[in-house]
Design a protein around this ligand. Structure first.
Ligand code: AMP
Length: 279
């Protein structure tokens, strides 16, 4: 695996390469969820580039940024084992040499729903870094995890806005044997807490099991109660939403595609998860 730290060096490498690229952007602290994106890229693309960059502009909470886990040596080892071709490991100055790279994107309502409502500015930051990376790399395929469902929807919108010739490939959420969605933030939870954290997945499954056409809002409230009873200190949201717009759905017609999404705090760690309710 080639390790590249500067934009110029990466552009030179890509020019010489001259064939389609699969790209996997990450913030590091890699786990098997990230590696499933690398595997998907390797199955599809002749060259796989992974980036590790903890993007300051997408953290609305400075403490969350400060505490974000970093394990670069382990990450490099995992990427080498996974057969990743290139690791791009830029500094903040490489990605944001000046403020012109901190652009504003017109994301419409999606920006203010769910994660957007609870993490103001988060999706602007995500779009800033992803668009910067896409303009540097020009990948044919961009691999992202369904674990961050709203992020996938936002990036699909970004690709349209920027009229980019990149196909978004959404990879299923990787879970541990018990069902907990793999997340870099799980590292901040001990074994007992990771067991407690399963309540988030179980609450979503319970919504799916009890879903019937008609009023469905009580299912959200029941899931919130489950999380609080399981020891979560605060629930940002549990939402049953339209699978493409993410607008809340309170009365289900029995046909439209739905997704259930949740974000909640356990021992100071903010966890998110989602599942499809209709397929
Ligand atoms: P992050 O490093 O958390 O920014 O994530 C980088 C990419 O990995 C994003 O596209 C995430 O959606 C994806 N990802 C994170 N966790 C998982 C998971 N458990 N399963 C599949 N993809 C994931």
């Amino acid at each position: 695996m080639v390790l590249i730290r500067t934009v110029n060096e990466l552009k030179k490498y890509i020019n010489n390469w001259g064939s389609p690229i699969g790209f996997v952007p990450t913030m590091g602290a890699l786990h098997s969820g990230h590696l499933s994106l690398i595997e998907a890229a390797k199955r599809t693309a002749p060259l796989t580039i992974c980036s590790i960059f903890v993007n300051p502009t997408q953290f609305n909470d400075p403490a969350d940024y400060q505490q974000y886990p970093i394990s670069i040596e382990e990450d490099i080892l995992l990427l080498e084992q996974s057969g990743c071709d290139v690791l791009f490991l830029p500094s903040v100055a490489e990605i944001y040499p000046d403020d012109s790279f901190k652009r504003h994107f017109n994301l419409g309502r999606m920006e203010h729903l769910l994660e957007g409502a609870h993490r103001p500015g988060h999706f602007q930051g995500v779009c800033q870094v992803v668009s910067r990376l896409l303009h540097i790399i020009s990948p044919k395929w961009l691999f992202m995890g369904r674990k961050d469902y709203q992020q996938c929807m936002v990036i699909a919108q970004l690709l349209q806005l920027e009229q980019m010739n990149t196909e978004l490939v959404i990879v299923p959420t990787m879970r541990n044997e018990a069902g907990l969605a793999m997340s870099s933030r799980n590292r901040r939870l001990n074994e007992a807490a990771q067991h407690q954290a399963l309540a988030i997945y179980h609450s979503l499954i319970q919504i799916r099991e009890q879903l019937q056409p008609g009023p469905i809002q009580h299912l959200e409230q029941q899931a919130i109660n489950n999380l609080l009873e399981a020891g979560f200190s605060h629930v940002d949201y549990v939402s049953i939403a339209n699978a493409s717009t993410l607008e809340p759905v309170t009365i289900w017609d029995g046909k439209s595609e739905l997704v259930a999404l949740a974000a909640a705090f356990l021992h100071g760690v903010r966890l998110i998860d989602n599942i499809s309710l209709t397929n």
